[in-house]
Design a binder for this molecule. Structure first.
Ligand code: ATP
Length: 333
């Protein structure tokens, strides 16, 4: 589905880059939450902020929409300095999703999603069309869910409404603070998958805070690892982060099982496979070429064999052994 027509004509592009220049936050009680952070987030990318509790992730996120006022530095949105623009107007260009969503409990799903369009004074018809479009986009049938109240939804459904609400006025940036952590691991996995599909369609600039390294690896185009005081330890795509931790802190943080995690972002390629055995490969489980090595390992471990067949659109192109798969998780593998 194309989500732009409702907002075409509102001069703003679909996504904006974010630049944090020497951004700082010292809370009134003297806590130095963020000492000095420089970060460039390209338009249309999803960047994940991760780090131990209290390192300043939420403070960084909330400085971008000025729910927290920086005490130093500059924030540029699409190259424009927004450090001193009216924060209320700024927030209409920035979607914000938090843990447990913060839906208004006494408003229907429709009214919740229409919050920002209403503030912007959109005509009722345009608002209504946009709400239906967004609910469909996040996988909720508008006819079934539009008139429900938040307490009549599951946790995962509430989370989706939260995402729809944040996207309603086609913001140039989406900020997400632990958006999937309040739901159980199975629902979380499904929401993450759906969210990746959604992002492929809407291509927003997204900054997402999480505690969960697997989530960061799964979702992030890049991951920023922070330590106390908002210090940037490493800023890299997931495979580079797992394959080559830049500091002892990052090495410790990504942990001993990073080889396994690395498999999540490592595709099964033609180069990785061995030739098909002459005797054929009947009876072996099959995985798709281009799928993740992690999924291939999961298939292998739940079958009784020590190899899987790799197929390109159903046609076997080779086999992958357990040893070879585990090698793929090692740096340079
Ligand atoms: N309003 C506030 N006043 C004073 N100190 C604060 C305030 N908000 C946060 N802090 C402090 O700033 C530091 C960073 O907090 P922040 O919430 O940004 O960290 P975080 O990395 O998001 O933590 P968590 O992962 O636990 O949510 C912490 O030491 C916290 O106690």
């Amino acid at each position: 589905m194309d989500v732009t027509p409702e907002t075409a004509g509102d001069a703003e592009p679909g996504a904006a880059s974010i630049t944090l220049e020497g951004i700082r936050k010292r809370y009134p009680d003297g806590t130095e939450a963020v000492r000095e952070l420089n970060l460039d987030i390209p338009a249309g990318e999803m960047v994940v902020l991760i780090g131990p509790s209290g390192c300043g992730k939420s403070t960084v996120l909330r400085m971008i929409n000025r729910l927290v006022e920086p005490t130093g530095g500059r924030i540029l949105l699409g190259g424009e300095d927004v450090t001193r623009v009216d924060p209320v107007r700024l927030r209409r260009r920035i979607g914000y999703v938090i843990q447990n969503v913060g839906l208004f409990p006494h408003q229907t799903v429709n009214a919740n999603v229409a919050t920002v369009p209403r503030l912007l004074g959109w005509p009722r018809d345009r608002s209504r069309r946009r709400v239906a479009e967004l609910l469909e986009l996040v996988g909720l049938d508008p006819a079934r869910f539009g008139r429900r109240y938040p307490h009549e939804l599951s946790g995962g459904q509430r989370q989706r409404v939260g995402v729809a609400r944040a996207l309603a006025a086609d913001p140039v940036v989406l900020l997400m603070d632990e958006p999937f952590s309040a739901v159980d691991p199975i629902v979380r996995g499904r929401l993450q998958e759906e969210f990746l599909r959604l992002q492929a369609e809407v291509r927003k600039t997204i900054v997402l805070v999480t505690h969960d390294l697997d989530e960061a690896v799964r979702l992030g185009d890049r991951i920023a690892v922070l330590s106390q005081g908002g210090r940037l330890e490493q800023y890299d795509p997931p495979a580079a982060l797992l394959g080559a931790p830049a500091t002892p802190f990052v090495r410790e943080f990504v942990g001993a099982d990073r080889g396994i995690r690395r498999l999540v972002v490592t595709p099964v390629t033609r180069e990785a496979v061995d030739p098909l055995p002459a005797a054929g490969a009947a009876g072996l489980p099959t995985v798709p070429l281009g799928g993740s090595a992690y999924d291939a390992l999961a298939v292998l471990l739940t079958s009784a064999s020590d190899r899987v067949v790799v197929a390109d659109q159903g046609r076997p192109v080779g086999v992958l052994s357990r040893e070879r798969l585990l090698e793929l998780g090692r740096p340079g593998g």
